[in-house]
Design a binder for this molecule. Structure first.
Ligand code: AMP
Length: 215
């Protein structure tokens, strides 16, 4: 499958992408994960991205497109891909359209995950992430806590609150989403590619997306 997952931070794009990728081997591509690994590795793109990320701002389109031009042409994309957190601006969506056009690839659709703002705020402030960049398992201190000693149940490394998950950064990320990313809903609707999913449970959303792929 070739799907773009669109939605506010905390809408569940990562969880839905992970579940979908398990169905047919389509690869989950999260620009947020790629950038966090680059920051941790201390590479040039990582150094450029860190300040924007910590304050909840978007990384410049040019840097994202440099990364995605390479990533989308890697062999594991042949089976399909789930784009999680990309595109996030109209220029990125236009550049993605051009790139896929050059590669002769069409998207199945763009899945817009709709979640009420209070649910999103609650999810983001209670979310914790495994600090191991190769794992990045997501926890929730209320509904899915890490091990009692605060470590990851999968790999045993410490589970942390991300720098961009402080209340101030979260509010900025939501504002950035409304201003820069929400216009993509209209953009993709205009291209006839948009499908809406009210997404309170990731498992239900995956079932709906599966139906939509058949229909
Ligand atoms: P995420 O994990 O998707 O919430 O992304 C974390 C942070 O990485 C965002 O708040 C941005 O600073 C940056 N980021 C991720 N994807 C993009 C993108 N497509 N365009 C610009 N910045 C991005």
């Amino acid at each position: 499958m070739k799907i773009v997952l669109l939605g506010a931070p905390g809408a569940g794009k990562g969880t839905v992408a992970k579940l979908l990728s398990e169905l047919d081997g389509s690869v989950q591509i999260s620009t947020g994960d790629i950038l966090r690994a680059a920051v941790k590795g201390g590479s040039d793109p990582g150094k450029k991205a860190k300040g924007y990320m910590d304050s909840g701002d978007l990384v410049p389109d040019s840097l994202i497109m440099e990364i995605m031009e390479v990533r989308l042409q890697e062999d594991d994309c042949d089976k399909g891909f789930l784009l999680d957190g990309f595109p996030r601006t109209i220029p990125q969506a236009e550049a993605l359209g051009e790139l896929l056009g050059r590669m002769g690839i069409g998207l199945d659709f763009v899945a817009s995950l709709e979640v009420p703002r209070d649910v999103i705020l609650d999810r983001l402030t209670t979310r914790r992430t495994c600090s191991n960049s190769a794992c990045q398992e997501i926890y929730n201190i209320k509904s899915n806590p890490p091990a009692p000693d605060g470590t990851c149940k999968k790999c045993g490394r410490p589970v942390i609150q991300r720098d961009d998950e402080t209340e101030e950064a979260i509010l900025n990320r939501l504002e950035t989403y409304n201003e820069k990313t929400a216009p993509l809903i209209g953009y993709y609707r205009g291209k006839g590619l948009l499908r809406n999913f009210v997404s309170l449970s990731s498992k239900d959303t995956v079932e709906e997306i599966k139906k939509s792929l058949k229909g």
